[in-house]
Design a protein around this ligand. Structure first.
Ligand code: SPV
Ligand code: MG
Length: 569
């Protein structure tokens, strides 16, 4: 004999068995109405153990009447969303079973396939009408015919725990207590797992009387919509198994939607309702958007993976005061559009779509189309790392950190984001130290493990340090860092955040710039790969560079446009 496996996880109860347990439980249990995936999720979060998939509410949310106007397959499709969104056992209000015994058999099989735990059928005639609309005029089903339907349903269920609840409409239709009890007993003997006894009175008297005479022959289910003022303990004392709150989410959603629609229509503004309704983030949460992002990280190929950029754009621009009285440097117009727009377009072209710009000086003048704007309020007294600190959480994906005053040929960003390395810097090897280089004002001299071989040997070059000193290490630099840093992968992000935190602890943090971060990464042992470029970019650091930027930008505009080509660098 096998020893019992003490460590085996306890089997998870199926939804059908959960509903069955609720029906059989000695306590009073509750089912809450839901009518779509979102409301099903809300029912679960409220703490309910099960859902009533109300025929009235489902047809209402489709905008049709509770007269079998929605087809049964449309109802079943809707149930699939509800089952997926909630994980709770669902008892479907299956009206009359949507036809005869044969329709009932097919219904039960389809419900089981969609993870629905049980179905309630009522002893009326297809197509039915809601019980609260002229209930006494509605014909009841022949008892034998209805019993055949119950048997057919029970015979076709694959899971023994699937429940069939038989709903007795005799009290609604005015046929009296005796008929109600006679029918309930016949349905029980036909195999029903529970009886739903329905009443349209405003007091629970006939329900309590029925329960007394029924005397717990099988579980009893009630729907206290009309006798809602009855204290719930009355149901407990009467031995009811399950009470169904049958339509209260569709009704509450309706009154909220009516009020909000009327208010927006009247006032022609959203301002009066915004704080009184669920936030868009709350909708995202209910949709489980966070899980999607995690899955994206797990399953998307690197080429499709989301990529972010952080653009450091807090400064006014030294040497550019005359043109930056009303805007920051990034908003200077270059060949017809602001510098920032060139940058954003350049990133978007390489699928870097999640762009965060850290503004500071005249951040109000930054065009926020297509970007997220963060603000370094202390931009006047702080450096680039203080700006970066504002958006440390933007390193959620592979990220490019960029200065805000760059123009570049698109291959530069392409090569950076395609690099497999944890960290990658773009270094311009042309005219590294000479004052007549195109970007002579850039003093971020890069010292690397090897000089630029222009792709001849395909060697991997690593950055050693970035220095403002053109004779650091007593030798000439290998190029200039152009202001782009690529960060790839979880390990790199973790290292960057750790190194960054250490820098933040330093007393001089406010004065630190991007080269300090890159050097600290190198000192921490990070391999920082160098992508050599040869011109093909411009910084905008003074009036002279600003004027030349337009020529460079024109060289980037599509052929056939008004722009003229400039000679290659
Ligand atoms: C439903 O919720 O659709 C019901 C219950 O059938 S009642 O509307 O009370 O008849
Ligand atoms: Mg109904």
């Amino acid at each position: 004999m096998n020893a019992p496996d003490t460590f085996a996880p306890a089997p998870v109860a199926t939804r059908a068995s959960q509903l069955r347990d609720m029906l059989r439980s000695p306590q009073l249990e509750f089912l809450m109405e839901a009518h779509n995936g979102l409301s099903a999720r809300i029912v679960r979060e409220a703490g309910f153990k099960g859902i009533w998939a109300s025929g009235l509410a489902i047809s209402a949310q489709f905008g049709v009447r509770d007269n079998n106007e929605a087809s049964w397959t449309q109802v079943v499709d809707n149930l699939e969303f509800m089952a997926d969104a909630s994980q709770l056992p669902i008892l479907l209000d299956g009206d009359t079973g949507y036809g005869n015994f044969n329709n009932m058999r097919r219904l039960v099989r389809k419900l089981e396939q969609r993870g629905v735990a049980g179905v309630c059928i009522e002893d009326k005639v297809f197509p039915k009408t809601n019980s609260f609309i002229g209930g006494e005029r509605q014909p009841l089903a022949e008892i034998d015919e209805f019993c055949g339907k119950i048997k057919a349903g029970k015979d076709s269920q694959a899971d023994d725990d699937f429940s069939i609840v038989a709903r007795v409409e005799a009290l609604i239709a005015g046929w009296g207590m005796e008929e109600a009890l006679r029918r309930a007993e016949a349905y029980r003997q036909a195999g029903a797992d529970a009886i739903l006894i329905h009443s349209k009175l405003s007091r629970a008297d006939e329900i309590v009387q029925f329960a007394r005479e029924w005397d717990r022959r099988c579980p009893l289910v009630i729907v206290p919509t009309k006798y809602y003022s009855t204290p719930t303990d009355v149901f407990r004392d009467a031995g009811i198994s399950v009470a169904i709150w049958a339509n209260h989410l569709i009704r509450s959603a309706t009154s909220a939607m009516q009020a909000v629609a009327a208010e927006i229509h009247r006032s022609e503004t959203l301002v009066n309702v915004e704080d009184r309704i669920a936030t868009v983030d709350e909708i995202f949460r209910l949709q489980d958007t966070a899980e999607y992002s995690e899955a994206e990280d797990r399953y998307l190929s690197a080429a499709n993976a989301p990529r972010s950029a952080i653009v450091l754009a807090a400064s006014r621009g030294k040497n550019l005061e005359s043109v930056t009285t009303d805007r920051p440097k990034v908003m200077l117009p270059v060949a017809g559009k602001p510098l920032l727009r060139w940058l954003v377009d350049g990133f978007k072209k390489q699928n870097v779509n999640d762009i965060t710009v850290v503004g500071g000086y005249r951040a109000d003048a930054i065009d926020t189309a297509g970007i997220t704007l963060a603000i370094n309020e202390r931009h006047a007294e702080t450096g680039e790392l203080a700006s970066l600190a504002r958006v440390a959480n933007a390193f959620a994906h592979d990220t490019v950190v960029s200065y805000g005053d760059l123009l570049f040929r698109s291959y530069i960003v392409r090569d950076l984001v395609e690099s497999e390395a944890d960290f990658t810097v773009a270094v311009d090897s042309t005219a590294a130290t000479t004052a007549n280089a195109a970007n002579a004002s850039v003093r971020d001299f890069a010292y690397c493990s090897a000089g630029d071989d222009r792709g001849l040997f395909g060697q991997r070059v690593l950055l050693e340090t970035i220095s403002a000193n053109a004779a650091h290490f007593g030798r000439a630099p290998n190029g200039r860092w152009i202001g782009l840093l690529g960060v790839r992968g979880d390990d790199a992000r973790a290292r960057l955040l750790r190194v960054f935190a250490a820098l933040q602890a330093r007393a001089d943090f406010d004065r630190l710039g991007m080269p300090d971060l890159i050097n600290a990464l190198a000192a921490d042992g990070a391999s920082i790969e160098v992508q050599y470029v040869h011109g093909h970019w411009r910084g905008v650091n003074d009036m002279d560079e600003f004027r030349h930027a337009a020529d460079f930008a024109h060289g980037q505009t599509p052929l056939g446009g008004a722009a003229t080509e400039t000679p290659h660098d």
